[in-house]
Design a protein around this ligand. Sequence first.
Ligand code: G16
Length: 556
Amino acid sequence: MSEFVVPEQYTRAVNTTHTGESFPIPDEEKFSYGTAGFRFRAEKLSFLVFRCAYVASLRARQLNSTIGVMITASHNPEEDNGVKLVDPSGDMLNVVWEIYATDIVNATDANLAAAVRSLERQMSQIENSFIATGNTHNARVVCGMDIRTSGPHLMEAARAGAAVFNVNFENIGEVSTPILHYIVKSYNFPQFAEPTVQGYYKAISDAFKELHEITVEPEGSSYQPKLIVDCANGVGAPRFRDLLQHIPKELLEVEFRNESGPLNHLCGADFVKIAQKLPTSFKSEDQDPKCATFDGDADRLIYFRAKTGAEPGAAELFDGDKIACLYAMYIKEQLKAYHETRPTYNIDMGIVQTAYANGSSTRFIKDTLGLKSVIVKTGVKHLHEEASEFDVGIYFEANGHGTVVFSAHFDSIIRRHPHENLALRRLALFSRVINETVGDAFADLLAVEIILRHYGWSMDDWAEKMYKDVPNVQIKVPVADRSIFETTNAEQTLVKPDGIQKMIDQDVAKFKNSRAFIRPSGTENIVRVYAEADTVENTQALGKSLEQVIRNLCIA
Ligand code: G16
C-alpha cells in the first residue's frame, strides 16, 4: 500500500477555508454523520471533505464502481456546507460506511494514516473485495456541488481526497443532489441512462412527454399546465431551467422566482413548510394560484398557494403528505386496472411516512385509500429502506422529500411489458418520470403535473377531493448541545433527558385530538417541536408550552 499523504491545507491543524484563511480544528472536536451526511459551518469543512472523498474512493475501489460525493448543506443557510455520500445504486451511503466515514473524519492528524491503513486492511480481507484482487479500474468518484460560495474550494478538497490513491475523479459542477444520485446510478447501471447531466434531462423529459401524450384530460377538466416556482435562490433555478428546455411550453409553463438572492432566506421548501407562509416575492393577491417550492439543492418539493380567509402572506400547503397521497391514488388506480386484466401477478404497494406526517394524511391513506402507512425515523435513508420492501414503495416526508421505489418484480412485469395495456404503459412511464434513487423536486413536480392533468384537477380540486390538514405547528429551538436528546419509537418518544417525556405527555393531555413530540435535528443545532391539536389556537399553545419545556431545560 502506498503512503497516505495529506496536503497541508487539508490537515485538521491547518484546514484552509474558502476565503484562504486557516481554520484549525481541535483534536477534541467531533463530527457526526447526521440525518443526511456531515453538515457544518463551511470554514470547518476542507479537511472533512478531503477525508470523505478518500472514504468515497476507498468504497469505489472496494466495489470497483462509481461513488458520489455531493457538496451541499441543502436547506441550511449559505454559511453552512456539507457532504452527502452516494452508493453505487444511487441510494444514500450504506450505514456501515457512515461509521467508517465518521471514524476517519474524527481521527487526529497524527492518527489518520494508521486509521486509513487499518480500514484498507479490513477492506482487503473482505471476500469478493476488488481491493484484494487489485481490479479497481472502474473505481470512480463523481462529485457535484450546489451554488454556495464555499463549493468550488470544497470541490478541490474532494479532488485531492480522491487523488490519494489515484481514483478517477469527475467534477460535474453545479447540480441538484438528485441529479448526482441519478448519474451515479447511471454509471453503475449503464442501461439506466447516459451518465451525464444531459442524460438525466433527456431520460426524465422523454418519459414525461411520452406519458403526457397518453394522459387525456377528462371532460370539464380544470387543470392548468402553468405554475410559479420558488427556487429558494438555489441550484434548482439554473438546472430546472435547463430541464425545461426539453419540454414544450404548451405542456408546462413555469414562471421562476427567487433565483439569485440569499440562499434559503425567507424562501424555499423548508421555510414555507415551517412558517406556513408564502416565500418572499410571492403575494396573497398573485393571480396564478398554483405555486411550488424547492429547497437549496432541489431534493424537496412542496406545492402551495395563498391561503384564503387568513392573514396576508399565509400559505396553504400541499406538502409531502399530499403529494404521497396523490401518487398513491394514481398508482392504485393503474394497478387495479392492471390486476383486472392479469390477476395472477400481484404487485403490492405501500406508503412510508415519518412522525411529522399530518394525522389527516395517515387517516386518508388508511380509511380512503385502504392502504397502510408505515412510520419510520426522519431521514430519507430510513424511508427509502422501508419503501424497498414493497413492489411499489411510495415514501414522503411531510417536508417534501420523497419518491417512489420499484422492485425487480415490478420491473419484470410492468417495465418489460409496457405495451400490453394502457395501465401498464402509464405505470411504466410514470416509473421513469420518477427519480427512484432519491427525492427529486424536478421529477416529482413533473409527476404531480401528470396526475393533476389525468384527473383534470385544479388546486381547488386537489384540496377538496383529499383531506384537510389538522392544525399543526413545527418550532425550531436552538440548543447548545442537541446530543443530550435521545428518542425511541420512530422518534416519537423522548428517552433522554430523564423526565421530559412525562412533561410532554402531560401537556398533550390538556388538548383535544392532540399529538406532539420533540426530537433533535440531525442537520442543524436545534431541537424540533411538532404539535397537532383540534384548533389552531390549541396547537400553538401546545407547541409554545413544549418549546418552553426545552428552554427551561437548556437554561437550567
Ligand atoms: C435532510 C434529510 C431529510 C430530513 C431533513 C431534516 O433534508 O435528507 O430526510 O427530513 O434533512 O432533518 P432533521 O430534522 O434531522 O434536521 P435536506 O433536504 O436538508 O437534505
